[in-house]
Design a protein around this ligand. Structure first.
Ligand code: ZN
Length: 257
């Protein structure tokens, strides 16, 4: 029991640090800047962020959400991302214990959060998330045996192919680009993590959640487009968490076992 708590706490601490790095990625990757150099600065006064002002969540609270130099507000998004990723890593550590799946699930969730935020803010899904995540998924599958590698390759190919075909069809139908290249590469990554059934469920859930969230907004006169990658990220996260149980239930429902 004690070991379990220690592992969950360790997951939370590690997740907070990863979340802090994810913040850097979310800001810099869409602008094609290095995530390593230079060190973080205040965007208003240019003051470099000292290490003691860069402790996840804690520093933001101690500074009351303001820059030490110019007292300009620091976005609440930063500590929110750090807390979210900390909870995610703690949850995976609690759910899977000291296994490879803890790391796999936590990394997958972190990448999905990064994609959802960059796509929502900048309408961009950086290759570092999509293609980088694809490589991560394939590496994990290599540790899990030959059938896992096969599943990752088939899933990745279906994710890529399906979105590509939907994109071509959509462009032909609506006479404008319906699916960005970022979505296509993202689904190759998702497929490598979740397999081919996961791709189908992710796209279905993504379209469903998109409709549920987007339609009322549209009817209320909201014109701002929420990019599809955000919904695909939601769909992929739900699929990772409950996908196997859902597919099992559906098979049972159809009478196939
Ligand atoms: Zn400042």
């Amino acid at each position: 029991m004690r070991v379990e708590y220690a592992l969950t706490t360790l997951g939370a601490l590690f997740g907070a640090v990863i979340g802090s790095f994810l913040n850097v990625c979310i800001v810099r990757l869409p602008a094609h800047q290095s995530v390593v150099r230079p060190r973080s600065r205040c965007p208003t006064c240019g003051l470099p962020v000292a290490w003691y002002d860069n402790i996840p969540v804690v520093s933001w609270l101690l500074l009351l959400g303001r820059c030490r130099g110019c007292r300009e507000p620091i976005s609440v998004l930063y500590p929110m991302v750090e807390i979210s990723v900390a909870l995610l890593w703690a949850w995976m550590a609690h759910r899977y214990g000291l296994t490879l799946e803890t790391l796999r699930g936590a990394l997958f969730g972190t990448i999905l959060l990064g994609i959802a935020l960059t796509d929502a803010r900048e309408y961009i899904i950086p290759d570092e998330f999509s293609l980088g995540g694809l490589v991560v998924a394939l590496l994990f599958s290599a540790f899990m045996g030959l059938s896992a590698v096969g599943s990752a390759l088939v899933g990745g190919a279906l994710g890529f192919g399906l979105l590509w075909v939907v994109g071509i069809g959509g462009t032909w139908l609506f006479k404008e680009e319906a699916m960005g290249g970022g979505d296509i590469k993202m689904m190759a990554m998702v497929g490598a993590f979740l397999g081919w059934q996961g791709v189908l469920l992710t796209v279905f859930l993504g379209a469903l959640s998109g409709t549920i969230i987007f339609l009322p907004l549209r009817l209320m006169g909201q014109r701002k487009l929420v990019p599809f990658g955000v919904f695909l990220a939601i769909g992929a996260a739900v699929t990772y968490l409950v996908g196997p149980a859902l597919i099992e239930w559906y098979r049972h429902y159809l009478g196939v076992s």
